[in-house]
Design a binder for this molecule. Structure first.
Ligand SMILES: CC(C)(COP(=O)(O)OP(=O)(O)OC[C@H]1O[C@@H](n2cnc3c(N)ncnc32)[C@H](O)[C@@H]1OP(=O)(O)O)[C@@H](O)C(=O)NCCC(=O)NCCS
Length: 175
């Protein structure tokens, strides 16, 4: 378990996804992001069965040491998640990272603190050759965050993602 002190003095408690965590709470977290039409890949709400499978897969991946999701909670409530997953086969030396913060917990330093923690953990657990993440070209906030912690663009798929009815680029960034 890790503790992050945020800009407003609140504390986030971070742990890996666990079997006893409430699947319904994870479901609410992801479906609210989808409802919001924020800059994430998923475009359709999940159901409880799918979320249960997702949770099971997280736990299996953690055991196999091929991936994990960190969950940050503020006053017991899921405030954000950040994951790392290794590639498959000959790409297994590379870790892909991702992050999402619930709307009401944005702008207080949680995204930055959680991403930095994720990077430290991924380094320690996997010692990857490359750490990469992707960001929509429309997502200036995430792009700023990733640049701030040291990620730089190394590839771009033009007009790749249809987001809110319009095509935007998919940017690949590497630490
Ligand atoms: C992108 C996201 C993770 C940022 O998390 P956050 O907790 O709000 O960010 P923080 O408060 O830690 O801010 C860290 C940095 O992000 C950038 N940032 C945050 N809010 C910003 C804003 N409103 N405008 C511009 N840049 C902003 C800044 O670089 C900031 O550093 P600074 O405070 O020194 O300027 C969060 O907005 C989010 O989850 N959004 C929805 C889902 C998403 O877009 N996920 C990423 C998919 S690639």
């Amino acid at each position: 378990m890790d503790k992050l002190i945020l800009d407003d003095g609140r504390v986030a408690i971070v742990s890996f996804v666990k079997k006893d965590d409430s699947t319904a709470e994870y479901l609410r977290f992801i479906n609210r992001l989808i409802d919001e039409k924020t800059n994430i890949l998923a475009d359709k709400k999940f159901n409880l069965k799918q979320e249960e499978e997702w949770k099971k897969m997280q736990i299996e991946n953690q055991k196999k040491r091929i991936g994990y999701t960190l969950v940050a909670r503020i006053s017991g409530k899921i405030a954000g998640t950040s994951g790392a997953n290794l590639g498959k086969f000959k790409e297994k030396g590379n870790a892909s990272l991702g992050i999402a913060i619930a709307k009401e917990f944005r702008g207080i330093g949680l995204g930055e603190a959680l991403l930095r923690l994720n990077i430290r953990k991924a380094r320690k657990i996997y010692n990857p050759k490359n750490m990469v993440l992707t960001v929509f070209s429309t997502n200036k906030i995430a792009h700023n965050l990733y640049s701030k912690v040291g990620f730089r663009e190394f590839a771009r798929f033009p007009k790749w993602i249809k987001h809110r009815g319009k095509y935007c680029d998919m940017i690949y960034m590497k630490l």
